[in-house]
Design a protein around this ligand. Structure first.
Ligand code: SAM
Length: 272
């Protein structure tokens, strides 16, 4: 198979990746047949998956705009994915102007290569290839310190990624350690897949947890998502279905928002 120029050498096109499968749900073109075959299995279980991904991106935009309105102009986007419409640096720049600073973090080589190409001429945004569970090395990374001043408020974004962190890796502890690293305080924004009240999402989770999946998935209930943020002050409206997190007044909230298979929450981190 011919390697497209966007795929770094070393990427095995026959093995699906979480980032490329998600790119496919969003209608992107940075995916291989193996990604599309895996995605087809998920779409059979949860036919609305493409809309689920779009609602998730819409939450990301609303959260960044809201945080900018609260005075935040620095963003650390963990598990940022393959760049797509409405990237955090674009939303942040529209909301905060040229002061906006963004660092993306992903462990997927295609996401990182595409991010590097997109940001090569941009002194205000950059991408780091790292595993977000390596909290202290991520926070101490020179690209992070070149772009973000941790003595001022920073928003840490974990959008549609913590369900790829198993309980054994202690996602609550990971969040606590990121919060502890924000000397100047800031915010944590999370969206998280959930099968609570959504049987089709349980079927989709099962597809991620069987052989041939790019990664196992641990969906969590609203109470479990709240537990991940224990000890951190949740901003109103707390943990809610993703389309119900501060919907834009001019947008129609989807009629099935109450059974959307995921939750969103933004929490405030006090200065350390
Ligand atoms: C479902 S995509 C979400 C992308 C983006 N945050 C969004 O919501 O549009 C999950 C992303 O997290 C990345 N990811 C998963 N586990 C990760 C980890 N432990 N460290 C860094 N990135 C991770 C994947 O490579 C993928 O790009």
């Amino acid at each position: 198979m011919e390697r497209p120029d966007w795929a770094p050498t070393g990427v095995d096109p026959t093995v699906p990746s979480v980032a490329r499968v998600y790119d496919y749900y969003l209608g992107g073109s940075h995916n291989f047949a193996a990604d599309r075959t895996f995605a087809a299995g998920v779409l059979r279980a949860l036919p609305g998956m493409a809309r689920v991904a779009q609602e998730n991106r819409a939450f990301l935009r609303r959260a960044v705009s809201h945080l900018a309105a609260l005075g935040v102009d620095q963003f650390l986007d963990l598990g940022s994915g393959i760049p797509t419409v409405g990237n955090v640096h674009e939303v942040a720049r529209a909301a905060c102007g040229p002061a906006a600073r963004v660092v993306y973090v992903d462990h997927d080589p295609v996401a990182v290569a595409h991010g590097r190409a997109l940001l090569s001429d941009d002194p205000t945004a950059a991408i780091v290839q790292a595993d977000l569970t390596d909290v202290e090395p991520v926070l101490a990374h020179p690209i992070v310190s070149d772009h973000l001043d941790l003595d001022r408020p920073v928003a840490v974004l974990l959008i549609s990624v913590l369900h790829f962190v198993p309980d054994a890796a202690d996602p609550a502890g990971i969040l606590r350690r990121y919060a502890a690293g924000l000397a100047g305080g800031g915010f944590v924004a999370v969206s998280h897949a959930s099968s609570e009240g959504v049987p089709a999402a349980e079927d989709a989770e099962a597809v991620y947890n069987r052989a041939g999946s790019p990664h196992s998935m641990r969906m969590r209930s609203a109470a479990e998502v709240e537990q991940l943020l224990a000890g951190i002050e949740l901003l109103p409206p707390g943990v809610v279905r993703i389309p119900l997190w501060r919907p834009d007044p001019l947008d129609d909230v989807p009629v099935d928002a109450a059974t959307y298979p995921g939750y969103a929450v933004v929490a405030r981190v006090e200065p350390g």
